[in-house]
Design a protein. Structure first.
Length: 308
């Protein structure tokens, strides 16, 4: 999720010559280990739950090239902590903070209610942050978990689209989606400090999200309820997929509210998890592992936009 902007992007249209500044915030707290569709804390490292906290802020700038075309530059920042039981029998916390993978996207309204976009995601965020790693014989250093690394280590192509249709006065149905194509297979980061995963490098996976719902506008306010899906596929569209990854499909029910006054818009949403399926990757199957990963029950998004 951190490789695709947490904010909803430009609301409506950015007219020719207009600028729009956006600040999007996301809060994620995860403490449940899933294998497949089942909650299996016993499969977490040393049979104890992992505690994951990530706070992300995306700063974006939109510019209207024409009344139908806009370009968007996004600078993501994050601070993540990862707490788990280590081989010394004690729970420890590590962290990673800084700039993530900068992206740039060009979007165009193909019709009055259908927009397509294509862009590039850079590899500006570090994917090799290290911290203390605790062993029975003492402390060494090792890569922090992939979930809190600032970047994924590869360049990618972002494909996105959105469409809406008014179904009755002030009410519309809508659908949005994006897919990050990551051609690079693996990074130089090793997944495990010891054991079978100590010979496995981390993948640069494709990432996707989609949502569809109903929105109702009342004066300067808008209310919506959507079904949201985030995921990482087992195999990428381009290239090999034989490194470490956590393939998953996660579904949410996402209520949201927004308010507009003049050139300013503020929006909030709280997705609530309704479905989860953590599947073993190709390397998990090869090593005889069940795979799995940590999940949040709820997410929190806040977004502020100002047009100039």
């Amino acid at each position: 999720m951190r490789f695709i902007t947490p904010g909803p992007g430009a609301q409506g249209r950015v007219r020719k010559g207009e600028w729009q500044l956006g600040i999007a915030y996301r809060r994620l707290t995860a403490d449940q280990w899933f294998v497949g569709r089942q909650l299996r804390e016993d499969k977490a490292p040393f049979g104890q739950p992992l505690l994951l906290n990530i706070n992300s802020v995306d700063v974006s700038v939109d510019y209207g090239v024409s009344d139908r075309t806009r370009v968007t530059l996004t600078l993501p920042f994050s601070h993540g902590t990862h707490s788990r039981l280590y081989a010394d029998g004690v729970r420890h916390k590590v962290s990673a903070s800084g700039l993530g993978d900068i992206s740039a996207i060009a979007s165009r309204w193909v019709t009055r209610n259908f927009e397509l976009g294509i862009g590039v995601k850079s590899a500006t965020g570090r994917n090799d942050v290290r911290s203390d790693y605790y062993l029975p014989a003492g402390i060494t250093t090792f890569f922090v978990d992939q979930s809190i690394q600032l970047g994924d280590g590869g360049w990618g192509v972002i494909l996105q689209g959105r469409a809406f249709r008014e179904v009755f006065r002030n009410a519309s149905v809508y659908v949005t989606g994006s897919y990050l194509v990551s051609p690079r297979n693996q990074t130089g980061v090793i997944q495990g400090q010891s054991g079978p995963y100590s010979r496995v490098r981390v993948s640069v996976p494709d990432v996707y999200d989609a949502r569809t719902g109903v929105s109702y506008n009342f004066s300067d306010f808008a209310f919506s309820v959507a079904g949201r899906m985030d995921g990482i596929p087992r195999r990428d569209l381009i290239g090999k997929s034989d490194g470490f990854r956590r393939p998953a499909i996660i579904g949410y029910i996402e209520p949201a509210v927004s308010a507009t006054r003049g050139r300013e818009t503020v929006s909030f949403s709280v997705p609530v998890r309704a479905y989860a399926n953590f599947r073993p990757s190709a390397i998990d199957r090869q090593l005889g592992s069940t795979g799995g990963g940590d999940l949040a029950k709820t997410l929190f998004f806040a977004n502020y936009q100002h047009r100039f």
